[in-house]
Ligand binder design. Structure first.
Ligand code: IPE
Ligand code: IPE
Ligand code: MG
Length: 244
């Protein structure tokens, strides 16, 4: 049965965010055009989605195209937009089979009608997925989403932080999600590039030493293992210190 958003409960598990960076450099190092790297990167997305539930991930948010990426050459942008459409066309059935609910976060008004249609179809078709919530960020800016939520909230917002977070989710076309537990960025840079600024308040950060097309299930497993060895304090004290 298809769920309405008010009935929706998140799959159990970690919320992991991924900044999928390094496709262009990976391709250039092989004498290939940047789009070659993006196409290879899309295959890695499939591997990540397949691996995620077994590693205890319930929500996966992937940064595919930032609002600042419109600054790139028109050829690269149009190639990426075509790639998003073909990803949705080829992966939707696999998502249904694997219990993956797909949701595209970000602005829609600058996307082509054909891509918007593909997004709506994929979201509708995968709506009942309960094993993994897969959010893909396209034309996404965390700052823009916070501004949009603030506009909805109005001047004297009486709600809590959680309620404001829910507004942020709503303005980005997403169900309400838990905060990010772990943020992974490939590609060597250690910055957020306007991704999930609100949701990452206490996220653990990981920077695997590879370009996105080189990311794989084994590397993800190692990052998750390392994550479980960390102590998250959320501003409190370490267990040992709290007991003394
Ligand atoms: C990330 O890879 C994918 C997108 C931003 C669309 P890049 O395209 O940024 O690759 P690099 O960082 O130039 O290598
Ligand atoms: C961030 O990568 C955006 C995505 C991965 C989609 P960028 O390559 O655009 O980020 P900067 O420019 O290095 O900060
Ligand atoms: Mg980059």
């Amino acid at each position: 049965m298809i769920q309405s958003d008010t009935e929706y409960t998140n799959p159990e598990g970690l919320h992991v965010g991924m900044i999928m960076d390094g496709n262009g450099r990976w391709a250039a190092a092989r004498g290939q055009p940047r789009l070659f790297g993006h196409r290879r990167g899309a295959k890695v997305v499939t591997e990540m989605v397949e691996t995620a539930p077994a590693l205890g991930i319930g929500t996966l948010t992937l940064y595919a195209f930032s609002s600042d990426n419109w600054k790139r050459p028109a050829r690269e942008v149009s190639g990426l937009m075509r790639l998003f459409r073909s990803y949705l066309a080829s992966e939707t059935a696999r998502c249904v089979e694997n219990g993956v609910r797909l949701c595209i976060i970000g602005r829609r008004d600058r996307l082509s009608p054909a891509l918007i249609h593909a997004i709506q179809a994929a979201e509708q078709t995968t709506r009942a997925g309960k094993r993994l919530l897969l959010r893909i960020a396209i034309d996404y800016s965390a700052r823009d989403s916070i501004v949009a939520a603030a506009r909805c909230a109005g001047e004297c917002f009486p709600g809590s932080r959680e309620e404001f977070g829910a507004l942020i989710a709503r303005v980005t076309n997403s169900p309400v999600v838990p905060e990010v537990d772990l943020l992974i960025r490939t590609g060597g840079e250690q910055r957020l590039s306007d991704f999930l600024l609100w949701e990452c308040a206490y996220a653990e950060l990981a920077f695997p030493d590879c370009m996105w097309p080189e990311m794989d299930a084994r590397r993800l497993g190692r990052v998750i293992e390392d994550f479980h060895s960390r102590e998250r304090r959320f501003g409190g004290l370490a267990h040992t210190a709290a007991a003394s």
